[in-house]
Design a protein around this ligand. Structure first.
Ligand code: LMG
Ligand code: NDP
Ligand code: PMR
Length: 399
């Protein structure tokens, strides 16, 4: 079964070497599901309204700040060449795993200042030190995504720091596969969707304005997705599968009291809640793209960095799983990547000049070449994306 699984998997993961071209059908139709075109632009009247409001806000802030900011490109370098100031990137959950590895990869280039947005300040400081990130290349700022007050406070603090925002990476996540009962965020949302999706939704909506103000040549908003939320892959078909259903639980506030704690209204299942949250992440990225890319020029992207089987994500899983999962991924599925390698991949999505295309879900082939991957039918459903956006707006107090 496992070996069969591996042979089923390889076609799904193998792609043209150059990676830039889109994936052939064989790569993405493992379960015979047809894919809708997730890059298709769709502008609703509410989209236009949002844009107008955003532009008004941005215009006002621009007027206040342009005089004080140093430009991204200095024309007067001594050798006559144009120089680019350091990019400023916020990474949520940079205290371990993928976020930390990405912070390290970016800081090492000397071209980036990383704002590590973390819930545990001391842990983040220690992590940065032990990863060898030079002091001048990072700042730790407190952010607890499981509290919308904390998200708003972070945005205020960040603005007060006076730093520009060139790239935002929504990376933090929790995974609670063994929980029998749901736990909740400060506002009473089921913890996995509340943290992974709703906390990031509010953060990125608020910081969109700051991104738009940046004069950096390539501004990006990146939301980390995953293969396990995509049911067009073998990994996405391991039960329990992601399924947002008709969103009745989300509409009810995921509070487990007068509504279900699950998006689809079903019984609580921690592993499913995580996968559902990743579907929301991927839908949100596309909805951002549809609403704001043309207007702002910001690149919106998501990615599956590979299976980083050794990270803290699996801290709540049973010890046997934690023991067997890395060798299983290394030797059987061959989907394993190290934290370092995954960090380099996400760092590419942050800074590679060639990865500016918006609305894309990036993946990598065995030679670590990036390619535009296809999302599952649900994760590329434009109508669902719009509904998730509208319901999320209400829950986080934006509408
Ligand atoms: C759900 O179960 C839970 O219900 C839910 O609560 C939540 O936790 C969720 O996604 C999280 O999981 C999912 C269930 C899927 O998974 C399992 O119960 C099994 C998990 C197995 C995890 C991987 C460990 C595999 C161990 C492999 C050994 C590695 C050895 C490496 C050495 C390599 C040497 C070259 O259930 C299903 O999908 C149903 C199908 C289950 C089939 C299980 C098949 C076993 C897989 C691999 C075993 C292979 C061993 C043979 C090795 C031969 C090597 C030549
Ligand atoms: P880790 O557990 O190592 O990292 C998750 C980070 O999120 C930690 O820094 C954690 O902080 C932080 N975090 C959790 N809750 C909050 C919160 N309430 N507020 C602020 N930060 C929080 O896992 P990974 O590095 O594996 O996960 C990173 C991303 O990669 C996630 O989005 C995950 O879905 C995705 N991903 C991971 C894969 C994998 O195989 N590992 C595969 C595909 C995607 P703290 O250190 O304080 O716990
Ligand atoms: Mg999965 C075929 C390839 C493949 C890949 C790339 C992953 C990634 N997994 C694959 C296959 C399988 N997994 C198979 C055949 C099984 C059944 C034995 C299996 C099981 C499994 C479990 C129990 N896998 C898991 C779990 C988890 O608890 C992880 C999870 O679902 O977290 C939500 C997980 C993962 N497998 C992956 C990846 C990337 C994960 C974890 C993290 C994530 O999506 O972010």
């Amino acid at each position: 079964m496992a070996l069969q699984a591996a042979s089923l998997v390889s076609p799904a993961l193998s792609v043209p070497k150059e990676g830039k071209s889109s994936v052939c059908l064989k790569d993405s139709s493992l379960f015979g599901i047809s894919f809708s075109d997730h890059l298709k632009s769709e502008f609703s009247s509410s989209t236009l309204r949002c844009k107008r409001e955003l532009n008004q806000q941005i215009g006002a802030i621009r007027a206040q700040t342009t005089a004080t900011e140093s430009p991204a490109v200095n024309k007067a370098a001594p050798d006559g060449k144009k120089t680019l100031r350091k990019g400023s990137v916020v990474i949520t959950g940079a205290s371990s795993g993928l976020g930390l590895a990405t912070a390290k990869a970016l800081a090492e280039t000397g071209k980036w200042h990383v704002i590590m947005a973390c819930r545990d300040f001391l842990k983040a400081e220690r992590a940065a030190k032990s990863a060898g990130i030079a002091k001048e290349n990072y700042t730790v700022m407190h952010l607890d995504l499981a509290s919308l007050d904390s998200v708003r406070q972070f945005v205020d603090n960040f603005r007060q720091s006076g730093r520009p925002l060139d790239v935002l990476v929504c990376n933090a996540a929790v995974y609670l596969p063994t929980a029998k009962e749901p736990t909740f965020t400060a506002e009473g949302f089921e913890l996995s969707v509340g943290t992974n999706h709703l906390g990031h939704f509010l953060l990125s909506r608020l910081l969109l304005e700051d991104l738009n103000k940046s004069d950096y040549p390539s501004k990006r908003l990146i939301i980390v997705g995953s293969i396990t939320g995509n049911t067009n892959t073998l990994a996405g078909n391991v039960p329990p599968k992601a399924n947002l259903g008709d969103l009745r639980g989300l509409a009810g506030g995921l509070n487990g009291l007068n509504s279900s704690s699950m998006i689809d209204g079903g019984e609580f299942d921690g592993a499913k809640a995580y996968k559902d949250s990743k579907v929301c992440n991927m839908l949100t990225m596309q909805e951002f793209h549809r609403r704001y890319h043309e207007e702002t020029g910001i690149t919106f992207a998501s990615l599956y960095p590979g299976c980083i089987a050794t990270t803290g994500l699996f801290r709540e899983h049973i010890p046997l799983f934690r023991l067997l999962f890395p060798p299983f991924q290394k030797f059987i599925t061959k989907g394993y990547v190290s934290e370092d390698e995954a960090g380099k991949r996400l760092a590419q999505v942050v800074s590679e000049p060639s990865l500016t295309k918006s609305g894309v879900y990036w993946s990598w082939n065995k030679n670590s070449a990036s390619f535009e991957n296809q999302l599952s039918q649900e994760a590329s459903d434009a109508e669902k994306a719009r509904k998730v956006w509208d319901l999320s707006e209400k829950l986080v107090g934006l509408a």
